[in-house]
Design a protein around this ligand. Sequence first.
Ligand SMILES: C[S@@+](CC[C@H](N)C(=O)[O-])C[C@H]1O[C@@H](n2cnc3c(N)ncnc32)[C@H](O)[C@@H]1O
Ligand code: SF4
Length: 433
Amino acid sequence: MLSAFKKRMEPLWKPFLHRAVTGRWELPRLTAMKAPWPSGLQHAGLYLHVPFCRNLCPFCPYNRKVHTQSSYARFEHGVHTEIDLYAPHLKGTKIDTLYIGGGTPTVDPEALVRMVRHIREAFPGSYDGCVELHPANMDDACLDLLRGAGITRVSIGVESTTNRLLTLLGRSQTAESALGAVRRAVAAGFESVNVDLMFALPTQTLAEWRSDLEAVLSLGVDQVSTYPLFGFPYSERGLERKLASIERPSSSLIRSMLALTQAEAARHHLKQCAVWSWIRPGRSKFSSITRHHYVGFGPSAASMIGTAFYVNTFDVDAYADALTRGRPVALILPVDRRLEMAYWLYWRVYELKVAETEFQEIFGPDASLEATFGSVTRLFKALRMVEGNPGGWHITRRGAYWIHRLQNEYSLNYINRLWGACRREAWPREVRL
Ligand SMILES: C[S@@+](CC[C@H](N)C(=O)[O-])C[C@H]1O[C@@H](n2cnc3c(N)ncnc32)[C@H](O)[C@@H]1O
Ligand code: SF4
């Protein structure tokens, strides 16, 4: 009874931290209104969301549906229209990267390459292309097509190398086929190969987690990203189990698995580069959501254009229909300078370091980290979670775990509320985060 009550309570410190970081007491609220166009952006990332998979994993929180020819055709037509709509508004903007996520972006590799080519024509420049891959949808012909279309970084969803756990997760792959897929990606010569692993899975032992890490790290991948399994109430598994709130593995289990991950990564000479990612020194990082300004294409794609954060409708048919009239934007959060700074800080903290020069590059030479976030950093420094360095500060090893817990308070709840509402309705009127 007490634990159920505790679960429902927002932590008491939350409004105070929110006020210190964003400068306001009110919590963000996304509403259905007209979205501004990006204007005058110096740099931006591009994102393409492909909301289809061959097989749906029941724990998955992402916007995706089973691939069918007809639905995919409507989606693809919509994406080409959306690219053309944005092209005049990003003239003069330097594109830094193209990130393609899903779903499974390679459910139809030829169609994916058509969309990538169109993006590169509409937004010229020599930027990296990053794609999320599913081990069962990345044969050699697909990898060749991706390389030919300028894709330089890939991330593969291996999740586990224990067949019992892959079955429990409902994954359409075996440990052998997934590791074979990683070997082929490494041999194909991409600039960066990341592998996603999941841990704190029901019944998973520490020995199994160690052997997952060992199996993947010994293949020479550039980066490994490790995620504890979260139960989202709106996912198929969450609905089946009638989850009322997000289910998280116990803190002690996460801590012991994280300590093992840190030790194994160090033994293979990898360095922590984000809360849950480790990279081989000197290799380029595979990262999805940490660009400051970006424009997203496809159902459920989000955009952050400085003055607003907004998200497209999640529904493929609603997306395609809306594009016959205009943009398919469902919900908007207007962003002022202080909120934009808070948004920037959130992702730098995720990457474990915060640099004054980068802050000033974005917000101008008069912007000061100390003047904006001094009260927050002093608190975290006192708790030994943050240390100062000459150009800013970084998160300590002790801090990495707690910062992750803290960020989860926000991101998991945001995802659950925003994505949950957008999956229930194509055009929700309002979502309070
Ligand atoms: C879009 S998927 C990756 C690409 C591809 N669809 C696949 O599954 O192989 C992104 C990653 O999120 C992680 N993930 C998915 N559901 C999760 C959950 N409920 N909790 C924690 N991590 C999750 C998995 O590691 C997964 O590889
Ligand atoms: S985890 Fe990947 S393959 Fe599974 S449903 Fe989610 S997006 Fe699709």
